[in-house]
Design a binder for this molecule. Structure first.
Ligand code: 4AD
Ligand code: MG
Length: 457
């Protein structure tokens, strides 16, 4: 079975004698002497219109073919006399693969709510909006790989099963073989590995090991957090892009995060224009202008101390007061990027108390070389830092947090043997997709979202 992708057909410069398209019927309209079929094959937003004339072998196969049916049509690609499309297919032959009963097929041609479509996530890739979202997601992922390839970063794979908690926030899913297949749960926890096992919250610690051998690396994989926060920005399973570079400080890290963001936005605008337009039109008016300004304008930069002052003197009644030493809330992050700076802003040098143990202590003894990239409508897109490369400072910090440095022996070895300033960050990929599409709920930026209480599909 070989088919011509609709995206190629629509970009064809000349008529083609014979095309064969496999796709799903979006609409069928019967007219006198012929039938219109709009087919969509998922390769692009646009459908291809097929004219099925009475008397053709294709026409004889139309019985029961309705919205949702999977068919293959072959015929000639000709210039369309109708409005709205350059080309149409004059169908000759048709194969019907699978019908869709109009009584029960849930995706009839009308607008459905996001909530309803979440309940049929197995079918939503067949709608315009989710087809476009998942093509943009794909384009963004490919752009991430191109970006790092262009800068000489090695692509590495960090483990999903881990024995350590990178962020120290205790938001981990435990993994156990206990009670599976009727076997009794082991009395003392998880014994497969001889120690407790979790799903990773971040591949950073392992990425650091690899960066301190390969120089520049990035991982791009799934991460898991059991934070029970039912927000439009948190998922229990999400994908993270985590670069890590040796011989790199906070400044280099900020430059990398900004360049990555602007590169991916630029690539998606250029390569998925039609899909982005759909979001600009129907989901988030002003999206394209915002994305273009991200590509064109440098991000703002602001020390945390300064950011707190801006928030405190904003005259805004926030739900949480902005005070030095407290983490920024989404409302603060959005205010800073949307209203104050009116563009993405990188906030850096956060108080050490609100950041993870591995961040490099600044000379003031109070703040760490952390940086978060905050973007309009979403808030935090990237979180990262320069890492503490000094063995004594890092060991003291681990103790300060009531932890046992012995548990981090391999991580501390990196500081014992050939330690060097290095830095990295994590970019939440679903949040990037939200930025690229204007989708306001993370559940719609990933095909099969995992959130509290939701594990269907
Ligand atoms: O700021 P975070 O927690 O940073 C880290 O995990 C570092 N270890 C990364 C590193 O330096 N290598 O998470 C990084 C990003 C956040 O900025 C956010 O975009 C995203 O991951 N993120 C989530 N996205 C969706 N759902 C969640 N529950 C998320 N938690 C974090
Ligand atoms: Mg963070």
């Amino acid at each position: 079975m070989s088919f011509t992708p609709v995206v190629d057909i629509l970009h064809s410069a000349t008529p083609l004698e014979r095309v064969r398209i496999g796709g799903w019927v979006r609409t069928r309209r019967d007219a006198k002497g012929f039938t219109f079929l709009e087919l969509n094959d998922g390769s692009c937003l646009a459908n291809v219109q097929c004219i099925v004339d009475e008397g053709t072998p294709a026409h004889a196969r139309l019985e029961g073919v309705n919205t949702g049916a999977a068919v293959a049509v072959s015929g000639a690609l000709v210039e369309s006399p109708g409005k709205g499309q350059k080309w149409e297919v004059r169908a000759e032959e048709m194969t019907v693969f699978g019908l869709a009963d109009p009584e029960s097929f849930p995706l009839q041609k009308k607008r459905h709510s996001d909530e309803f479509l979440r309940s049929i996530a197995h079918l939503r890739a067949r709608t315009n909006k989710y087809g476009a979202a998942f093509r943009i997601r794909s384009e963004a992922a490919l752009a991430v790989h191109r970006f790092f390839a262009g800068r000489g970063f090695a692509c590495v794979h960090t483990p999903v099963l881990t024995g350590s908690d990178c962020e120290g926030a205790g938001e981990m899913f435990r993994v156990t073989t206990g009670d599976v297949c009727g076997a009794p749960a082991p009395a003392n926890g998880d014994e497969f590995f001889g120690k407790a096992c979790n799903l990773t919250v971040s591949g950073q610690l392992e990425a650091e090991c690899l960066a301190l051998g390969l120089g520049k690396v990035y991982s791009f994989g799934p991460t898991f957090r059991a934070e029970n926060s039912n927000t439009p920005r948190h998922a229990a399973e999400f994908w993270m892009i985590e670069p890590e570079a040796a011989f790199a400080d906070l400044e280099d890290n900020m430059e990398l995060g900004e360049s990555l963001t602007r590169f991916v936005v630029g690539q998606v605008l250029e390569r998925r224009a039609e899909d982005v337009e759909l979001f600009d039109k129907f989901v988030d008016k002003g999206l394209i202008a915002r994305l273009q300004s991200i590509v064109e304008q440098p991000f703002a930069r602001c020390p945390y101390r300064e950011a707190v002052k801006i928030l405190a003197s904003s005259g805004r009644a926030f739900d949480f007061p902005a005070v030095f030493g407290k983490d920024l809330q989404t409302e603060h992050e959005r205010f800073l990027s949307e209203e104050h700076f009116k563009r993405p802003v990188i906030v850096f040098d956060y108080p050490k108390e609100i950041k993870a143990f591995y961040m490099r202590l600044n000379d003031d003894g109070e703040t760490v070389a952390a940086m978060d990239v905050l973007v309009p409508r979403i808030g935090e897109l990237i979180g990262g830092s320069q890492r503490e490369e000094r063995l004594d400072v890092l060991t003291a910090r681990i103790r300060e947090l009531g932890q046992d440095p012995a548990a981090y022996w391999w991580y501390l070895d990196l500081r014992r043997f050939g330690s060097v300033p290095h830095s990295g960050f994590g970019m939440g990929f679903e949040r990037l997709v939200m930025l690229l599409t204007g989708i306001s709920n993370i559940r719609d930026a990933i095909p099969f979202p995992r959130t509290p209480g939701s594990l269907e599909f």
